[in-house]
Design a protein around this ligand. Structure first.
Ligand code: SAM
Length: 329
């Protein structure tokens, strides 16, 4: 029984945050701390939730956080997820979003356990700027090693997520274009969303899709590549055929109409949108002994409440009940 929401959107993409702790304190995400605000569950609880959701049509599972590689046992968890079967009898696609700091050592074991793809977040390709953004010294070399180890392990494609902030790192656009070509990775720029702990977001800080395309074209012309409907990124290749970039533009070009996602937070709440002002306590039901049937019923009902769209930048915008790091990006 595939999952649909009230707007006819098929929900097949699950994100599980396995911790809201992080070893970085990125300036646009955290206030300066990196501790947890919410609980973490044993992996078997996430696994049960994932199993039920895969039985409802989920085909792709992304592990995120906080920083997911801080959780010991992640390799075994990936191995267990890889045993699940989708409604078509296939292994679900398994992906990871990480800051990459601890990735170099674990990329191959993760691949062997069944991880298909990895996205590494990097907001500068310059070591000093990188340290100023993450507020952690000497991280750049570790992350670069993680990116390269992922490619060697055959995680394909390796994607890099970069959030641009006006006046802070927008000068990194062209260096990231060069990085994409040299390192053979897909760099995806993400427009900054009002999901930070410090509530510093303004529309003026957002570096928009149009600006990114125009700036990158000063380096080399770009050609847009067709993308799948439920894909969040607009994709572009360089005109000489070497290298690809993507732009995720939830602020200037919202894509809510194609949203196929549901999220589980580290403490086991279901979230139907990044910008939800409430969440739905799946774990509490489990704790009280609910059967799989009851949990399925609950999930189907929650899906009916999925928001039609976000309201970023509109008058009366109500901030989400959690910030990005405590939801799972
Ligand atoms: N620690 C992992 C990482 O760094 O990728 C996973 C969690 S992190 C919250 C996931 C992604 O969300 C990162 O790519 C980060 O840059 C992005 N992010 C965080 N705050 C954001 C915001 N306010 N707007 C857009 N993206 C944001």
């Amino acid at each position: 029984m595939p999952l649909f929401d009230n707007f006819g959107r098929s929900i097949h993409d699950l994100r599980i945050s396995i911790t809201d702790r992080c070893n970085y304190r990125c300036v646009y995400c955290r206030t300066g701390t990196n501790g947890a605000a919410y609980a973490e569950l044993p992996f078997e609880d996430y696994l049960r939730m994932a199993r039920i959701l895969v039985g409802l049509g989920i085909t792709k599972i992304r592990l995120t956080g906080g920083e997911p590689l801080l959780r010991k046992g992640i390799v075994e968890f990936v191995r267990s997820l890889a045993q699940l079967r989708t409604l078509d009898g296939k292994k679900p696609e398994i992906a990871l979003t990480t800051n990459g700091h601890l990735l170099a050592e674990i990329a191959q074991p993760l691949k062997d356990a069944g991880l298909d793809r990895v996205t590494v977040s990097m907001d500068a390709v310059d070591p000093d700027r990188f340290a100023r953004i993450t507020r952690v010294p000497n991280g750049y070399e570790s992350v670069l090693a993680g990116v390269r180890a992922s490619r060697r392990a055959g995680l394909d494609p390796v994607k890099i997520n970069c959030v641009l902030l006006r006046g802070f790192n927008e000068d990194q656009i062209i260096p990231f274009g060069m990085f994409a070509r040299e390192e053979r990775v897909v760099v995806r720029f993400i427009e900054f969303m009002p999901l930070e702990e410090d509530r510093v977001w303004t529309p003026q800080i957002v570096v928009t899709l149009d600006e990114i395309v125009s700036r990158m074209s000063e380096y080399l012309p770009l050609e847009e590549i067709t993308h799948q409907r439920s894909e969040t990124a607009r994709r572009y290749r360089f005109s000489d055929g070497v290298g690809e970039i993507g732009i995720i533009a939830p602020v200037s070009h919202p894509f809510c109409g194609h949203c196929s996602r549901i999220r589980i937070t580290s403490d086991g709440k279901l979230r139907t949108c990044l910008f939800s002002v409430w969440d739905h306590d799946l774990h509490e039901l489990m704790r009280r002994g609910a059967t799989d049937e009851k949990l399925t019923e609950f999930i189907v009902k929650v899906m009916e409440k999925k928001e039609e769209r976000h309201h970023i930048g509109e008058p009366g915008f109500v901030p989400a009940s959690r910030t990005m790091v405590h939801i799972g990006g």
